[in-house]
Design a protein around this ligand. Structure first.
Ligand code: ADP
Ligand code: MG
Length: 241
């Protein structure tokens, strides 16, 4: 579903991604872990061209999205993203947030977008908040709206960049529960997270990124039982408690 070949990213002189080769299979759940500043966001954001690689190729569902004339709008439709900071439109209702992109970008008729939008809001447990504004919701509820918004684009892939890092501890589980239920439905998911319980439960594979490189990868059990690299061990010992 996704293939990165020799991906490098520079911000000026800063070499942030240093030759990433990575394949994500259709339906796979990939978890990315690594210290702050290691390039995780840059890596995941490059998968829908929110960041453009300086070098290398990214193929999504058979399309080279890094090609000069790649259909970026189509790519953004099939690869949805959920951010740490929710990024909802504050002056639009929950339902408007969930239907805006399908109506504007995908040209879905309003009625249809609203019907599916309500169904996805119900899935994330927020049907009764459809006409509320984001500021009237808790962080956990806002993040669940953001997930419903992503789903209403009917994406092939959903990218999550630390979706629970901005949440109060008591709200983390409600968002993880929604993510677990999505994972069970077969959508391709790439998730940057330090929630190791989530990784253990749903990840097919975990990659550890440090200094812009993939240091180690394997199934979650590998990471928890016997990581190979000293850097991985140190990182895990810091985040597990
Ligand atoms: N737009 C940008 N301009 C300049 N430097 C950036 C930009 N985005 C990220 N960086 C730098 O790139 C490095 C990797 O950042 P990031 O991908 O956000 O790491 P992570 O998500 O693992 O914390 C950091 O040193 C960060 O400061
Ligand atoms: Mg980040």
């Amino acid at each position: 579903m996704i293939r990165l070949e020799g991906v490098h990213k520079y911000y000026g002189n800063l070499h942030v991604l240093k030759g990433i080769d990575l394949t994500v299979a259709s339906g796979e759940k990939l978890v990315i872990i690594g210290p702050s500043g290691s390039g995780k966001s840059t890596l995941i954001r490059s998968m829908n061209l929110l960041e453009r690689p300086s070098e290398g190729k990214i193929i999504v569902d058979g399309i080279d999205i890094t090609a000069p004339k790649a259909p970026i709008t189509n790519v953004r439709q099939s690869v949805a993203m959920v951010f740490q900071q929710f990024n909802l439109y504050p002056h639009k209702t929950v339902l408007e947030n969930v239907t805006l992109a399908p109506i504007l970008v995908k040209k879905v008729p309003r009625k249809e977008a609203e019907e599916s939008g309500m169904a996805f809001l119900e899935r994330v447990g927020l049907k009764d908040k459809a006409f509320a504004y984001p500021s009237q919701l808790s962080g956990g509820q806002q993040q669940r709206v953001a997930i419903a918004r992503a789903l209403n684009m009917r994406p092939k892939i959903i990218l999550f960049d630390e979706p629970t890092s901005a949440l109060d501890p008591e709200m983390i589980q409600e968002v993880l529960d929604v993510m677990v239920s999505l994972a069970n439905e077969g959508i391709t998911m790439v998730v940057v997270t330090h929630e190791m319980g989530f990784a253990r439960k749903v990840a097919d594979r975990v990659i550890f990124v440090d200094g812009g490189e993939i240091i180690e990868e394997g199934p979650p059990e590998h990471f928890f039982k016997n990581p190979n690299h000293e850097r991985t061990k140190m990182f895990l010992s810091r985040i597990m408690h």
